[in-house]
Design a protein around this ligand. Structure first.
Ligand SMILES: NC(=O)c1ccc[n+]([C@@H]2O[C@H](COP(=O)([O-])OP(=O)(O)OC[C@H]3O[C@@H](n4cnc5c(N)ncnc54)[C@H](OP(=O)(O)O)[C@@H]3O)[C@@H](O)[C@H]2O)c1
Length: 239
């Protein structure tokens, strides 16, 4: 196990990101996060306030994170939004909402990877962990913009894994969780939803032991109903 890891989590103010930040920091990993409205009750954890859709904020994050953590070996691409109007069919999508959603869910993670690459390449076991969704692969009507952003993120991570063989790249579908995003999308969902703490705990082995799945650079994982990582499918890495 690598200890401590130096972790940056996008979207760490609530939901899965907040759980992950809490768990990582609690285990002694150097952890920072960003959100538009960070929680102010965790003064020991560096938090960067800003909008990931803003390129200037992303540029500030690169220097700010390295300043506060001294280095970075774990980049968790977690922040995401749904579209507005909510879950609109293609006919009702607006260019503004499309642009805004893709900026947060797709452009920002790729731009952060790009800018953190020089630092990540220098680490012993660097990891990029991208949080995706089954919407990337299942055509749910009304989810076009969100699904396209997640499908785009997944293929970009596959390419990253090939281009940067020294960097472990994991793509994880955490499954349905009881978070603001899920409640916004499906307020009347009566299924038993996983607590984000459970999903975050299940992701921990990937972060603490990134070389565990040796021989594979690309993994598609889902957190199964008992809260453990389940390998849904995998492909051999190009390297
Ligand atoms: N919940 C589910 O059932 C589910 C299922 C499959 C996949 N996922 C994926 O899991 C990940 C986490 O989702 P969640 O359910 O935990 O969502 P959530 O509760 O809505 O949290 C989203 C996080 O992203 C941050 N964020 C949103 N827009 C941002 C922006 N423009 N700039 C900076 N930060 C921003 C939010 O903070 P601020 O609002 O303070 O900015 C918040 O911390 C996402 O990638 C989501 O697609 C979720």
């Amino acid at each position: 196990m690598d200890f401590p890891r130096h972790c940056f989590v996008t979207g760490g103010s609530r939901g899965l990101g907040a759980s992950l930040v809490r768990i990582l920091a609690g285990r002694g990993h150097r952890t920072a996060y960003c959100a538009r409205w960070p929680q102010d009750d965790r003064s020991d954890i560096p938090a960067f306030a800003g909008d990931l859709a803003d390129p200037a904020f992303r540029a500030r994050l690169i220097t700010g994170v390295i300043d506060r953590l001294s280095t970075l070996d774990t980049l968790v691409l977690n922040a995401a939004v749904l579209d507005d109007p909510l879950l609109a069919p293609v006919s009702r999508l607006t260019s503004k909402s499309l642009t805004e959603l893709l900026a947060v869910n797709l452009v920002a993670p790729l731009d952060l990877v790009r800018q953190f690459l020089p630092v990540l390449r220098r680490q012993e076991n660097p990891l990029v962990l991208a949080i995706s969704s089954d919407a990337a692969r299942i055509p749910y009507p009304g989810w076009t913009a969100y699904a396209a952003s997640k499908a785009g993120l997944e293929i970009a991570m596959e390419i990253l894994a090939q281009e940067e063989p020294s960097i472990r790249v994991h793509v994880v579908d955490p499954g349905d969780m009881d978070t603001a995003l899920h409640r916004q999308a499906l307020p009347h969902d009566t299924n038993r939803l996983r607590r984000p703490d459970e999903a975050a705990a299940a992701l921990l082995p990937l972060i603490e032991d990134p070389v565990r799945f040796s021989g594979q650079t690309r993994l598609y994982l889902a957190v199964n109903s008992v809260g453990r990582l389940a390998l849904v499918s995998s492909k051999e890495g190009a390297s």
